[in-house]
Design a protein around this ligand. Sequence first.
Ligand code: T46
Length: 133
Amino acid sequence: MSLVEWIKFPVLGDERGSLVVAESNINVPFAIERIYYIFNTQKDTPRGFHAHYDLKQVAICLSGSCRMLLDNGQRKDEVWLDSSTKGLVIDKRVWHEMHEFSEDCILLVLASAHYSEADYIRDYDKFLEVVNG
Ligand code: T46
């Protein structure tokens, strides 16, 4: 089964412009404890290359685009993030890499917990051990 799960955010628009709402446990499948955003990126400088033990996240590309690789140790899927009204769910224990950032990319990430370096699995062989036993 594909690892790609999108959240389609309804757009509350009127003549003044558009508005999108993300709410904990309503259209985001966890309580949001932290947000961060990635910008000033470079096309040839990928990011990520890790999984999380417990953290769940939703990534929304507010501007520009980037390509996300998702890998659960059994299968890999790749997807372009290029819409401010679609969020990509990044589940725990899914290795993820972000490639080919456009210069104007602004990637917003909603996260289920505060920052903890101990929650990162940054070594791919270790990741395979964790998910495949
Ligand atoms: C992820 C992908 C999608 C903090 O101090 N607090 C934070 O909340 C975050 C997110 C990062 N940092 C520090 C840790 C590093 O020294 O900021 C620096 C850059 O983080 P990192 O190299 O992990 O950045 P990415 O873009 O590779 O990964 C980030 C998130 O860290 C990660 O959780 O899933 O975006």
